[in-house]
Design a protein around this ligand. Sequence first.
Ligand code: 0RA
Length: 684
Amino acid sequence: MAEDQNVNMNSTDVGQYDADQLTVLKGLEAVRIRPAMYIGSTGTKGLHHLFVEVVDNSIDEVLAGHASEVEVVVHRDNSISVRDNGRGIPVDIHTEMGISGVEVAMTILHAGGKFGGGGYKVSGGLHGVGVSAVNALSEWLEVEVCREGKRYAQRYQRGVPDAPLKEVGKAKGTGTYTRWLADHEIFGKIEYHTDVLAQRLRELAYLNKQVKIIFTIEETGESQEFHYKTGIAAYVEHLNRNKDPLHKVIYFNRQREDTDVEISLQYNDSYHEEILTFANNINTAEGGVHLSGFKTALTRVINTYARKNNFLKEKENNFSGDDVREGLTAVISCKLLAPQFEGQTKTKLGNSEVEGIVNSIVGEGLTEFLEENPNVAKRIIEKSVTASRAREAARKAADLVKRQNALENSSLPGKLADCSERDPSKCEVYLVEGDSAGGSAKQGRDRRYQAVLPLRGKILNVEKARLDKALENAEIRALITALGTGIAMGTSDEEEVELPLFTDEDGVETEDNSYDLPKTKDKDNSFVYDISKLRYDRVIIMTDADVDGDHIRTLLLTFFFRYMRPLIAHGHVYIAQPPLYRVSAGKDQQFYARNDEELEEILKSIRIKRDLKVQRFKGLGEMNADQLHETTMDPAKRTMLQVTLEDGVAADEMFTTLMGDKVEPRREFIEKYAKEVADVDWHY
Ligand code: 0RA
């Protein structure tokens, strides 16, 4: 649609040329006026999106079978260049537009599809504005194309060409080179997170085994090469590298009706599942048809095999989906001609025909594999058997919790000091380490809307325990009942639920989507995670600023990540920032500092005062109720960190490493990140 407004493709009138040029300029101007509409934001995300857009164009050339190498350089001036050895963007004059193909690509929104269609495409998939949006949002952009023995070049400033595309010399091979400097007028300071760039390039190399990607950072001289001959099989190996796998990676790849499906999976001895799904190289974080097709087939194949080979006796129930996915790491990558992206963040694959295709391909591929590898099959089934037994035990434990609550005639844990407000959107709960701090917090809170749940000692490390064991832990039980949502495993079970109907002002029955909240549940409804039952809008972790406090905080975050992930994903989890020092100057002046730097600042600014006293709080319990209220609990004065879930893979890696049972990777990780973790914003 947008391209129709920008370019009248039917026009052959030469007189239109200027008018066309004008509409081109208008198109790019629109991008500059409302950049967020085209690239999502003008923050760090938007800046990195430019990179994704350019790289995706080269990857499309790889997918089309014409390029094998992509070279990315972050230059000293913060410009980035991407070079590929594909066919090169067409250089001949576009008959209708009167400009070169290169200029069409660089100046016309959504021009990608204008050149010979067909083939799987990444670009144009998600945001898909094309490289012209990058051009519009760049202080300058240089493009070079090598084709038919010649080298062509053109330069733009803020989307406007300095001159037409020009032949500048001879060339050996073919390819496209684009270098751009993002516009500081749009993005402010141009700063790339090179680890984020590297991460995306690594992922692309896993997903497209035919490509070699070289990534260089000029400033540091670092250069990395990403080339994985076994593709997503190597990806799964990488994801499991700090876990103990039960067998070699399983891999299969089949096509059906123009859809290419690649599956790779490997079980490990942990209790968690990690399934990454992609459609045309885009991470479909919200899942979709390929994920559901995979899950359905996996459950069916394992149950069928288990019955046939007498691992499941006649009177025994089938394994549930959760049972057969315990300890599973998998990557699903589909390539299709016209992917449809749905969902809140447009990362849910919607093409209904793909569900059956993936289901049948996994059915065939996995059945064949199990038949041919009975030893691996046995190990996988044994894992399902123990998972199933543990889940039964967990079910009993969960029932026990419910019955206990009923017995005590209260659905809430005894040590919870609840608030009086009943509207959850106004309520918050402080999870506090230890009884003495809990006491101060109870006194220092505003009991109308602030609740306090003291946690005694350490909560169980759920990274090393199954759910049934976790539910034996009193602190965890108290936490679950206090929050009210119940628990769920992983994220991948999120499913849409029917919203309650209500009658609107016009007397029409409509769905009540005033809240847009996910519910997750397993097949038989034993574990239901229902975020609409959340009793507090803000769940605030408040621990001492010492090693023990750090540990308890990490244990709590691990628990939320593994069993209440939507709580984090929807931004309900916060970390309180209690002060470490109190500085009093004379009788009536006092200051609080959260760390040594802040203390330093304060001391500098009040140097002349006499009667200076610096007190270091050893723990929250040392603060009196007023102090705690003023510094940490009063919404008008406190600062808190919100825990977000930007990258599920990185988070999984982090929890596995920090809380799992391999010591060596944990030590390495801490050595590498200890400092960063200490002052990072807890964006897992
Ligand atoms: C359309 C047609 C042809 C090449 C490309 C697009 C192309 C675009 C980009 C963007 C970055 N690298 C690229 N490489 C190729 C070629 C058509 C032909 O030669 O027949």
